[in-house]
Design a protein around this ligand. Structure first.
Ligand code: FAD
Length: 405
């Protein structure tokens, strides 16, 4: 029996999980408060762990964004700290690492997605458990019922609030960030740069063509007052860190900073849920962008949740049991990623200086091993194999992973 599944939130998380569940033969509806599905902001890094899930979801990422081969990390005094060999990581983890505009990622996720499955202008105001599943109520007074409900409604999730989980807390940092189209800002489009200073850090990550993702991280507190001309402050904090940085600073204006800053938040991981409700993506585990893992973790949630629901024995539908298995399977791994992403060490030049004594190979090995250990590698390999078998020789595919429509 296909399950009737309600997804609140049509961001990257909501569309990804809906895509996976439709693939597996379920009856899915996605609700979003906005008038249309769209993604703003800059670009995100899709690491090998996220790329593996996108491949499982049948999302064609060919030609999207910019493939990366290394990440150079240095100090604001132009002292080299490390170069991460992304190409070696790709070889070991078996999927590429790319920088891609959020808008492009969402477009690719929506390509081939049945749009009639998305209901826009549907702001969820409450969710509850019912004897047979879950229910969502909307601001216009309407409601919908399903066998289960997934809260994929982001950082300030209503679903999270409704199930009694605490709000995200600010970490004390923020990012001024965005995309700029600027030829010649970097020497090599396959190389991303991170520069760490004593009171802030920055990144310049090529995102395809002449697009460049830039960010400047600075301390932030709740009594932050936005300067009248933020670009002046950014320039005074970061000018002279490198020739490329100066070129970017010269090109940016206050308009480029209009949507910034983005304060960094972190959630306490949710306790095991109850009944037919669960959380996914930023609604479950917003974390600082330090490791650039937010979207990738949402994709891993998608993989594990789809697996949990497709392993239900025929005729014995234990939806709450499947949801608790998903939450438990994800918990320790996502907690480790969130903890590392929150380490303040990433913001201090002097603290990081000893890192330059370690070899690039060791740095690369450490990050690759961390991603390997936190990305359900065995499960991912098994799922990819099953999906490959499920594609019929004619090129048409049948529902995978044992769910019979
Ligand atoms: C500065 C910054 C940089 C980042 N860089 C990276 C990076 O390099 N790599 C990376 O992997 N991640 C990065 N992230 C994290 C990444 O953006 C998120 O983890 C990712 O987008 C997950 O999105 P989501 O779908 O869970 O939430 P969102 O994108 O927030 O989507 C939530 C959706 O729910 C809808 N919604 C909300 N409330 C309701 C409601 N009541 N009813 C109906 N709909 C509702 C919203 O309209 C929205 O469409 C970064 C984040 C920040 C802040």
């Amino acid at each position: 029996m296909p399950l009737r599944i309600l997804v609140v939130g049509a961001g990257v998380s909501g569309i990804s999980v809906a895509r996976g569940l439709l693939r597996d033969g379920h009856d899915v509806t996605v609700f979003d408060q906005r008038p249309q599905v769209q993604a703003g902001g800059g670009a995100v890094t899709i690491w090998s762990n996220g790329a593996t899930v996108l491949r499982q979801l049948g999302v064609d990422m060919d030609g999207a964004g910019q493939l990366l081969s290394s990440v150079r990390v240095s100090t604001s005094h132009r002292r080299r700290l490390a170069t991460l060999d992304v190409a070696a990581m790709v070889n070991r983890l078996g999927a590429p690492v790319r920088m891609v505009a959020r808008r492009v990622l969402l477009e690719r996720l929506l390509s081939g997605f049945p749009v009639e499955r998305i209901r826009c202008e549907a702001r969820a105001v409450n969710v509850s458990r019912t004897p047979t599943g879950a229910q969502v109520e909307f601001a216009d007074g309407s409601h919908a019922q399903g066998d289960l409900l997934i809260g994929a409604d982001g950082l300030h999730s209503m679903v999270r609030h409704a199930v009694g989980e605490p709000d995200a807390q600010p970490t004390g940092w923020c990012s001024w960030q965005g995309l700029v189209t600027l030829a010649d800002a970097v020497d090599d489009p396959h190389v991303a740069q991170v520069i760490i200073g004593e009171h802030g850090n920055l990144g310049l990550w090529p995102a395809g063509g002449a697009d460049l993702q830039w960010w400047f991280d600075l301390p932030w507190s709740r009594d932050f007052v936005r300067p009248e001309h933020p670009i002046d402050e950014i320039r005074s904090g970061f000018a002279g860190w490198s020739a490329g940085v100066d070129r970017v600073l010269a090109a940016l204006t206050d308009d480029h900073l209009a949507h910034s800053p983005y304060p960094h938040f972190r959630h306490r991981l949710p306790r095991p849920g109850r009944g037919a409700l669960t959380l996914l993506g930023d609604a479950a585990h917003t974390m600082p962008p330090t490791l650039a893992q937010g979207t990738n973790q949402a994709l891993l949630d998608t993989m594990v949740l789809c697996r949990a629901l497709s392993e239900l024995p025929a005729g014995r539908v234990d939806v709450p049991g499947a949801l608790r298995w998903y939450e438990k399977t994800r918990r320790r791994k996502v907690a480790a990623v969130s903890r590392v992403a929150s380490l303040q060490v990433c913001h201090g030049e002097s603290v990081l200086r000893p890192a330059s004594l370690l070899s690039d190979r060791l740095h690369t090995w450490a990050l690759t091993t961390f991603l390997h250990c936190t990305s359900h590698h065995r499960l991912a390999t098994e799922i990819s194999r099953k999906l490959a078998v499920a594609v019929l020789p004619s090129g048409t595919s049948r529902p995978a992973l044992g769910v019979t429509p």
